[in-house]
Design a protein around this ligand. Structure first.
Ligand code: RM4
Ligand code: MN
Ligand code: MN
Length: 397
């Protein structure tokens, strides 16, 4: 190894050592679109199966020690299910990650949850959020990630401003119930299921709401929740600047909230986001950003898609780490545009797969986690075990 090769190797090892990503329980379950669902024999339908699949992904990649849980899907009996989750944590070595309240499936939420004009429905929704906070407390989970389906479909049918007030009130109540170590992550989305107005439509609204809720509230950026052509890394820069960046839900999209696998459509975008985060971290900003995956694997094999996602995330993180930030800063300051862009793109075009494989070797992980998954026979085994049971499928969206 030359001196510069060994410096790159050290840098790569440091970058990968600092990278972990949380995977979602719902990424292992049968999901579909509003047009239909294609059932997979290997899909997980119980919390035991989701933990088992998460264990397999972590076993292969070494960087997914936590599993995001959706309260209604994973803890249908609420706090009553905490003991079971704790026992699964012990047997699988996977810890419960962020806790996701579900405010979008019950019939009473037809006109909204925390923003519903009915005080009674708002109370039901607030209660569910408070229960979710309690679940998170008992599981030792730091983050409650809150996504609302709230909004309206037709102009003039709801008071947008009244709904802001109700939402602020609900978020303050939730915030006050959190332990000092917990955080409330407020996710935004410009549309769907509401198609005229969404109560938390963008990062500005999430930021304002986080400020109104209290110091432990932050913004959650779901990469699929932006209008076409929006510059997400600029949003990231602003959130780092304002200290409000709480975390990410990673996925990719071509048209809307497609929930495709990370980096499948536009890997350069994730690279740019990672670069922004790494410059922030170097400046001491955003040390506790939560990286989470939020995807729906409708056609790809669930576990295969998850491993592919995690490996892609690592590769893009590593590419971003290869940007010589000092040199880039100098080129930016001297406005040497082409040289700056070439340096930036050069890192993106570097094939980092050998470096990632070398890092895996240092951790006794398979050099190629996808190939190892194929060789392991895990998917075939669970397909045999689970296949016969899938008649009814749970819904995702
Ligand atoms: C939403 C949003 C939430 C996720 C649900 C299933 O579009 O991304 O984070 O929990 O989907
Ligand atoms: Mn999301
Ligand atoms: Mn989404």
């Amino acid at each position: 190894m030359t001196q510069s090769e060994s410096a790159t190797f050290d840098l790569a090892i440091r970058a990968l050592e600092s990278f972990q990503i949380e995977i979602p329980s719902w990424g292992f379950a049968n999901t579909g679109t509003r047009f239909g669902k294609f059932v997979q024999a290997a899909a997980a339908s119980t919390i035991e199966e989701k933990f088992a699949d998460a264990e397999e992904v972590n076993h292969l990649t070494g960087v997914t020690p936590t599993l995001a849980l959706h309260v209604l899907w994973d803890l249908p009996n609420g706090i009553g299910d905490v003991a079971q989750v704790r026992s699964l944590e012990r047997t699988t070595g996977i810890r419960a990650g962020s806790i996701n309240p579900n405010l979008f499936e019950n019939q009473e939420y037809k006109y909204g949850s925390l923003c519903n004009p009915s005080a009674t429905v708002r109370e039901v929704a607030v209660r569910h959020v408070l229960d979710s906070i309690e679940i998170a407390k008992q599981l030792g989970s730091r983050d409650i990630s809150l996504w609302l389906p709230d909004g309206s479909n037709y102009p003039g049918t709801q008071s947008i401003r009244n709904r802001i007030g109700w939402l602020e009130e609900a978020l303050r109540t939730a915030h006050d119930q959190m332990a000092p170590t917990q955080r409330l992550l407020i996710e935004y989305k410009p549309f769907e299921p509401a198609f005229y107005h969404t109560d938390i439509a963008d990062w500005g609204m999430s930021s304002q709401l986080a400020r109104a809720a209290g110091p432990q509230a932050r913004v959650l950026v779901d990469t699929g929740h932006h209008l076409q052509a929006q510059n997400i890394e600029q949003i990231v820069a602003w959130l780092l600047h304002t200290g409000l960046l709480g975390g990410f839900h990673f996925n990719d999209r071509r048209y809307a909230d497609d929930d495709l696998t990370l980096g499948s459509i536009d890997p350069y975008q994730i690279f740019r986001i990672f670069h922004e985060i790494q410059t922030g971290l170097a400046d001491g900003l955003g040390p506790d950003i939560a990286f989470m995956v939020d995807q729906s694997h409708n056609l790809k094999g669930k576990i295969e898609a998850m491993v592919q996602t995690v490996v892609t995330a690592q590769e893009l993180w590593l590419k971003a780490a290869l940007v010589d930030r000092e040199q880039l800063a100098a080129l930016q300051n001297s406005c040497d545009l082409v040289a700056a862009e070439e340096l930036f793109r050069g890192a993106f075009w570097t094939d980092v797969r050998p470096l990632a494989a070398a890092w895996r070797k240092t951790r006794n992980l398979p050099a190629d986690p996808l190939a190892a998954l194929r060789e392991s026979g895990y998917v075939e085994r669970i397909s045999r075990e689970r296949g016969s049971r899938h008649s009814a499928v749970s819904s995702y969206a």
